[in-house]
Design a protein around this ligand. Structure first.
Ligand code: APR
Length: 311
């Protein structure tokens, strides 16, 4: 039987935790790559040494090069640098464009049939970099953001109502972070729209907390950003692809006319299966939702102008 192979580029917090989740579930062999020479080796060894206790036989290869990534089924890109003191958002964007460009060039020549799952921020713009550089069909380039944003929304709703998280289905659209658009109308508790069980004011507050959830964690951690929930979100997407589950999940996808968005990555519900994005699901929006969504699209558009200048 052919073993699944997933390469993770960037062995930082998100990359390392994703590797852990994937091999603990024996979903695939994992190749962990980082520009820092010893980091992937250290994390790799640590994970290999956990295997006898947790009892998994997935293989883990750590590397600073790309040879070992050849013929990956999925490549997860988490490489990037965080904003340093005094660094403008634009300067950070340019550095991360360069990193994602180089990484994409390296991986696509060795894994021409892979699905690229982008995690590096700013997510929608980095997904666009990977799409343009790889020249892959749009079905095989997607970004992880919506599953994480929806999970945060779900967690806060479950806390509010003191019910199981399993009862909550949440819906988010738009770009990742500040400009995301949670949709309470399509968000349910055991099938009941939350608009019927939570007051308008409390929903507003929960939506705001969801939008700020990444920043809330950065403030608390002080060094670094979230990685438990991001890696869990990545694994949910990976499972849907590897097992061809065809789950409907909110992902950053390259829209070509859907939601009246032309040639831009934006968070939309997609059907995720073995070939990647099988379908972008379109839903109708109220005028208020539409306004928020357009604002989100405009924010992504601005960033992608810089990508087009640099590439
Ligand atoms: N090639 C390979 N790895 C690289 C490169 C490169 N050119 N440049 C940077 N890296 C590596 C860094 O050495 C670091 O180990 O990417 C890793 C990023 O890890 P962290 O800084 O720990 O960041 P993390 O918390 O994992 O987040 C990764 O996901 O959620 C997003 O905003 C987040 O963009 C960030 C990404």
């Amino acid at each position: 039987m052919k073993r699944n192979k997933i390469s993770i580029i960037g062995a930082g917090n998100v990359g390392g935790t994703t590797a852990q989740r994937l091999i603990e579930k024996e979903l695939s062999d994992v190749v962990l790559v980082d520009i820092e020479p010893d980091l992937p080796k250290g994390k790799g060894l640590d994970l290999i040494e956990s295997a006898p206790i947790y009892r998994y036989d997935s293989h883990l290869i750590a590397s600073t090069g790309y040879e070992e990534t050849a013929q990956s089924d999925i490549v997860i890109i988490t490489s990037g640098i965080p904003r340093k003191p005094g660094m403008s958002r634009d300067a950070l964007l340019r550095v991360n464009i360069d990193i994602v460009k180089k990484v994409t060039e390296e991986v696509v020549q060795r894994s021409p049939d892979a699905i690229l799952l982008v995690v590096s921020n700013p997510l929608d713009a980095m997904s666009y970099v990977a799409y343009r550089v790889s020249k892959f069909p749009r079905e095989r380039v997607l970004g992880m953001a919506g599953v994480l944003d929806a999970a945060r929304f779900q967690a806060f709703i479950a806390m509010e109502l003191d019910v199981s998280v399993e009862n909550i289905q949440a819906f988010v659209l738009g770009g990742h972070g500040d400009s995301m658009v949670p949709l309470p109308r399509y968000t349910t508790v055991a099938g009941i729209p939350i608009t019927e069980v939570i007051s308008k004011e409390r929903i507003e507050a929960i939506m705001q907390r969801t939008q700020d959830a990444g920043a809330e964690i950065v403030r608390l951690l002080k060094t670094g950003s979230a990685y438990f929930a991001p890696s869990a979100a990545i694994v949910e997407m990976v499972v849907s692809i590897l097992k061809d589950k065809k789950k409907i999940l909110p992902c950053a996808a390259f829209c070509q006319g859907e939601y009246k968005v032309d040639n831009l990555f934006v968070g939309v519900p997609v059907k995720l299966g073995h070939g990647g994005i099988e379908k972008i699901i379109e839903i109708s929006l109220t005028s208020e939702e539409e306004i928020k969504f357009r604002k989100s699209v405009a924010a992504v558009q601005e960033l992608c102008k810089t990508v087009d200048q640099v590439l």
